[in-house]
Design a protein around this ligand. Structure first.
Ligand SMILES: Cc1cc2nc3c(=O)[nH]c(=O)nc-3n(C[C@H](O)[C@H](O)[C@H](O)COP(=O)(O)OP(=O)(O)OC[C@H]3O[C@@H](n4cnc5c(N)ncnc54)[C@H](O)[C@@H]3O)c2cc1C
Length: 497
């Protein structure tokens, strides 16, 4: 990619993230005649769920890759019909965003060995979510992996991640991963779901019309039964043990209300792989740096940008869609993206209000239907505070900076009352992951220890660069003429005042 050629281009609509949400926005905006720029740090379109296998892999039996592969192919096909309207910058990470007054905002992005500025009048942020690790003794041992990490190895790279696995956490992703492990030839000892479904006839109307979601869950559940893999509700992983790598794991029941581990009833099994999937946390780094107001919504994964029904944030011209604006799955992400793309086109005058309303009607209807079905799933998988009791004093809370739970407790005893203060006392969240691995779980622990609400415990403020880069790359940023970000090296130190 010739980054110099792109560095001064000014898109009327810039979309960050090419998952279902970003693609949905690009498709609808382009259909309305709006030219847009779509950036994603991945080399491929599709986001976390629809990312295709590397080009070196030849797909011989597409049906064997499952429904997500087919859905991804359909979405990429839909996109290909409008692709001439969209400038795609793949392998491009957005490191920061600054508001630049009336002219919109500026993005600092990097690709390969170069970095550049890009101006945007309107912005759709569709950056998705990341996994929520829950610390337990041994969670940093080799052989303990997140559900998404395991999926990437199996789905994208066709790599078998272990021989004998225990799968623990909460949410439908556990069933998906357990099936994928089984098909990859890994023996799955058990699937431990911390929650428990409480089905009643009253829930049927809530999922009416969204049988596809139920069919997916049912298919995965049947897959486990056929494979003879036990699915234990109100159970979770207690610890992973081993010298240098996982050799055994302990697990057992949790309290049905708050998921407190009942450690005296632990069972130990021999495994070389522990898969932990405790749900997702919205990636709000860019919506935060753009100045959007955020609120805490536990069911949607934590802190999310405040939006209206048309996906407009509190910053004019900035839209937030998909899991990054509240974890709700790929189908919701796609429809939210469509609504944002249509609304952005309406704002530029590419669509009149009547036509925009007409085009928004179907995605908005689908979103209402999906929201009802989601609430049933959320009730099972809403993360509960008792999980904070899994860690021991020596367990690492922040693996980047090697901060233990006992150090966190010392910081609290010394007067720290929220995440930001704990960060300053201990360096928690100051490492390369910028708190993505620890902030959500530690917020829960701090809330438990201090009696403060999760809103009061707050979040760790993201600082550019949002992704890892080198000072040399930043020093050579192109497209700075006329930029409000006078010096990207100053900018990553906090931005112009
Ligand atoms: C690890 C993982 C595994 C999952 N597995 C499943 C599954 O098996 N089944 C299922 O139904 N759902 C799964 N999900 C959930 C599903 O992926 C999401 O619900 C869905 O993809 C949301 O779509 P989205 O467009 O909002 O975000 P995503 O699909 O996550 O897309 C966001 C995109 O933004 C890009 N991005 C983020 N930040 C930047 C930046 N700063 N600069 C440039 N690009 C950026 C990312 O590279 C990514 O491609 C998984 C999620 C994760 C995180």
């Amino acid at each position: 990619m010739d980054i110099k050629a792109k560095s001064t281009s000014s898109g009327s609509l810039v979309i960050v993230g090419a998952g279902p949400a970003g693609l949905g926005a690009a498709i609808e905006a382009a259909r309305a005649g709006l030219r847009c720029t779509l950036l994603d740090e991945s080399a491929h379109l599709g986001g976390r769920i629809y990312r295709p296998p590397p080009e070196a892999f030849h797909v011989v039996a597409a049906p064997a890759l499952g429904r997500d592969f087919q859905r991804g192919e359909r979405l990429r096909h839909e996109f290909s019909e409008v692709a001439d309207q969209v400038e795609v910058l793949s392998g491009a990470s957005v490191l920061g965003i600054w508001n630049s007054g009336n002219s919109g905002r500026e993005l600092l992005w990097t690709s390969g060995h170069s970095s550049a500025m890009l101006r945007a009048e309107r912005l759709v942020l569709a950056t998705g979510a990341y996994e929520r690790p829950v610390p337990f003794p041994g969670w940093t041992l080799p052989g303990v992996m997140t559900a998404g990490g395991v999926q990437t190895l199996i789905k994208t790279m066709q790599v078998k991640p272990g021989r004998r696995a225990l799968v623990a956490g909460t949410g439908p992703l556990l069933l998906v991963v357990a099936n994928q492990l089984h098909h990859a030839g890994v023996e799955v000892v058990a699937v431990l779901e911390a929650g428990k479904p409480s089905w009643s006839p009253r829930q049927v109307p809530k999922v009416w019309g969204e049988w596809g979601l139920l069919r997916d869950a049912w298919t995965y559940w049947c897959g486990l039964r056929h494979a003879g893999i036990p699915l234990l509700f109100n159970h979770t992983i207690f610890a992973a043990h081993g010298e240098g790598a996982v050799e055994t794991a302990s697990y057992g029941p949790v309290d049905a209300n708050d998921w407190r581990p009942l450690k005296e009833r632990a069972t130990r099994v021999e495994v070389d792989l522990v898969v932990a999937g405790f749900g997702l946390v919205p990636d709000t780094a860019l919506t935060q740096s753009t100045g959007c107001r955020h609120e805490y919504v536990h069911e949607l994964g934590g802190w999310i940008p405040v939006r209206d029904a048309f996906m407009r944030t509190t910053v004019p011209g900035v839209f937030a869609v998909g899991d990054g604006a509240g974890v709700a799955g790929s189908l919701v992400a796609l429809e939210q993206g469509r609504v944002a793309g249509i609304t952005a086109a309406e704002q530029t005058g590419a669509l009149n209000a009547r036509e925009a309303d007409r085009r928004r009607a179907a995605p908005l209807r689908r979103l209402r239907s999906l929201a009802r079905a989601r609430r049933v799933l959320d009730e099972i998988s809403r993360i509960r505070p008792g999980l904070s009791q899994l860690a021991s004093e020596e367990t690492l809370a922040c693996r980047c900076e090697e901060v233990t739970f006992s150090e966190i407790r010392a910081a609290l005893a010394a007067g720290a009352q929220d995440l930001q203060a704990v960060k300053l006392f201990t360096r928690l969240g100051m490492g390369p992951c910028q708190g993505r691995n620890c902030a959500a779980s530690m917020a829960m622990s701090i809330s438990q220890a201090t009696g403060r609400t999760l809103e009061q415990v707050g979040q760790i403020n993201p600082r550019p660069p949002m992704k890892q880069t080198t000072l040399g790359l930043l020093a050579n940023t192109t497209g700075l003429a006329g930029s409000v970000v006078a010096d990207p090296l100053d900018a990553v130190g906090g931005g112009p005042s």
